[in-house]
Design a protein around this ligand. Structure first.
Ligand SMILES: [Zn+2]
Length: 345
């Protein structure tokens, strides 16, 4: 049976009649949808985050759970529509905004992630410095963020940072990140790993150190599709080029070496292999442009002014992030440490 591209479900939460006009923005129901990509492969949306799932006669292979609330919704949708359980959750990487909430599927699923996910999810250790945004809110200057001091991301996700649930965030807990609701992988791999179920295959390939050191690209060979969150983008520049532009070139080279037509992303637009090739081209062009500028004796501000990368003008974030990318590449090539840009997606 062929499935046409269609939106199956738009919204899951029903607001009480007449109440929505009075609600503050935070009470808006999340925008959710399930769209068929090809065959039995679907892309599911939770606001600006996306995951994918493949339906087989023996169950579902899905990627990131995103969060518990979305996971519960997706689990119910899959059960209603396809009458099979989720058998595998394949993680793209450990970041809280993609990997949280997997426990919802723990009754039926195996969880697969790159082996570096285990270290990232290990208990907080060491004595790192408090990051600048935490120093700013540490009113009593005791090097900790108490619940009463918490603001911004620390108040939004206090419980997800507070590993030992003592009501106080240590620098080590902050360095570990708000990953307390990430269900750890039950199966890990190092270079490449294939999951088979119901006559279907999905292969995970390690992407190296770009963005996070535990990133995987999922390849659906029969559907000729790939899924990658945060590294693969369509007509959208990366949030940051940490740790180096070279690591990003390596990751996009690994992705584009796969055989696919559908380029499925964790945020915003999806596209085709041509889009993935353009993302790689951006990285090559910015590297070449910065290197040429340095060789010609130009300063960073001069390079930022002249290296406009006009071929990517229509890309999301071209106007807001290009100069920061140039600065990061400049720092790498000039041998300085690139400025920290963790948490960028
Ligand atoms: Zn991420």
């Amino acid at each position: 049976m062929r499935f046409t591209r269609l939106v199956l479900i738009l919204c899951s939460l029903v607001t009480a009649t007449g109440a929505s006009a009075q609600q503050p923005a935070a009470a808006q129901p999340p925008q959710r949808a399930i769209v068929n990509v090809t065959g039995q492969l679907y892309r599911a949306q939770n606001n600006n985050h996306y995951t994918v799932f493949l339906v087989t006669p023996d169950g579902v292979i899905m990627s990131d759970p995103i969060n518990r609330d979305f996971g519960r919704w997706l689990k119910a949708e899959i059960a209603t529509r396809f009458k099979v359980p989720v058998r595998y959750v394949l993680y793209t990487h450990r970041d809280w905004d993609h990997a949280s909430g997997g426990v919802v599927f723990a009754d039926t699923a195996e969880f697969v992630g790159h082996v570096n996910m285990l270290a990232a999810l290990a208990p907080p250790a060491g004595n790192p410095p408090l990051p600048a945004d935490a120093v700013k809110i540490d009113a009593n200057r005791n090097g900790l963020v108490e619940r009463s001091e918490a603001a911004g991301q620390y108040s939004d996700r206090f419980a997800m940072f507070d590993y030992n649930r003592d009501g106080v965030l240590s620098a080590a807990e902050i360095a570990r990140g708000s990953v307390s609701d990430v269900h750890p992988p039950t199966v890990t791999y190092t270079d490449r790993h294939t999951v088979t179920l119901g006559g279907k295959r999905v292969t995970m390939t390690y992407l190296g150190s770009a963005h996070a050191d535990d990133s995987s690209v999922l390849h659906f060979p029969d559907e000729r599709a790939v899924f990658s969150a945060d590294i693969l983008q369509v007509r959208r520049l990366p949030g940051g080029l940490a740790p180096t532009v070279g690591s990003w070139i390596d990751a996009l080279t690994t992705i584009t070496a796969l055989d696919f037509e559908h380029a499925l992303t964790g945020h915003a637009l999806s596209g085709t292999k041509k889009d993935a090739m353009q993302s790689l081209q951006y990285l090559l062009d910015i590297s070449k442009g910065v290197a040429a500028g340095i060789a010609a004796g130009r300063s960073l501000p001069e390079i930022q002014k002249t290296l406009t990368l006009d071929a990517f003008k229509g890309f999301e974030r071209w106007d807001t992030i290009r100069e920061a990318h140039i600065a990061a590449v400049y720092a790498t090539i000039a041998g300085a440490r690139p400025s920290a840009s963790t948490g960028q997606r």
